[in-house]
Design a protein around this ligand. Structure first.
Ligand code: MG
Length: 159
């Protein structure tokens, strides 16, 4: 049996020289993320995709941003929790596709690094992970660097 999962997340950006965290990779950036946790939008979208693939609630339910317990928490913890839910229900992860929507910085120089990290975090081969990156074409909150967002899909299966 195959199940598709889908996830989405968005965070506000603030103009400040610093780093963006994408799949735990620190990317030099003229904007930083405003977040309750470490703001790894890619891992948040991916975790939502994993949870949705097995009919679970989203990460906002498990890790509310109103709780002091989740303040500055590592998104790796959220990903591990989500992977465990998939496993607990008897499913294995087959592949993952993520699409990051961000105006600046350009992610092309970092895509290989992000992909390798994601393969490692998900225990998936290179051909089972895809990282796409698009800009907002200078339109709307993404295009004006007021926010970045990420979409993710996964396929899980069980015998
Ligand atoms: Mg988030």
């Amino acid at each position: 049996m195959n199940h598709v999962g889908f996830g989405y997340d968005l965070h506000r950006l603030r103009k400040e020289e610093g780093e963006l965290l994408l799949a735990t990779c620190a990317i030099p950036s003229p904007y930083v993320v405003e977040a309750h946790s470490d703001g790894d939008v890619l891992l948040h979208a991916l975790s939502n995709a994993l949870l949705s693939s097995v009919g679970e609630e989203d990460i906002g339910v498990y890790f509310p941003d109103t709780s002091s317990a989740t303040l500055n928490m590592s998104s790796l913890e959220i990903l591990e929790f989500s992977l465990a839910k998939v496993k607990e229900k008897g499913y294995i992860l087959n592949n993952a596709v993520v699409c990051i929507n961000l105006e600046k910085p350009k992610l092309l120089p970092y895509r290989k690094q992000i992909k390798e990290k994601l393969c490692q975090l998900l225990s998936l081969d290179d051909e089972c992970v895809s990282i796409q990156a698009t800009t907002g074409e200078k339109l709307g909150p993404i295009g004006n660097s007021e926010a970045l967002c990420c979409y993710a899909t996964v396929l899980v299966s069980k015998e």
